[in-house]
Design a protein. Structure first.
Length: 101
């Protein structure tokens, strides 16, 4: 895992956000999601600089995950490292939107 992924995982694990159980490196179809909450059908992807040139592939990946019933949130490594509270708030809002709370 990257530094950003480790930092985010430390805050997602153990049902720390809205009681949601996240798994890391979860295979979904032909892809492996960085983090996924199966019960709430939410995938969180943390993208490094290499993804700036791979946006077409990322869009295809997002569509494929959506075809499997998942909502996908994407964050840049720098965003996780510099604004973790904001990232967590976005994830929590997506989880709450899904549950109707």
């Amino acid at each position: 895992m990257t530094d950003a992924e480790r930092k985010l995982w430390a805050r997602l694990r153990s049902r720390a956000i809205a009681g949601a159980k996240f798994r890391r490196q979860l295979p979904i179809g032909p892809f492996v999601a960085d983090f996924a909450c199966v019960e709430r059908r939410l995938v969180v992807e943390v993208d490094g600089g290499q993804h700036a040139q791979a946006q077409r592939n990322d869009a295809r990946r997002t569509r494929a995950l959506a075809d499997h019933g998942y909502t996908v949130l994407r964050f840049w490594n720098s965003e996780v490292l510099q604004n973790l509270d904001g990232v967590l708030a976005t994830i929590e809002a997506a989880l709450r939107d899904d549950t109707g709370r």
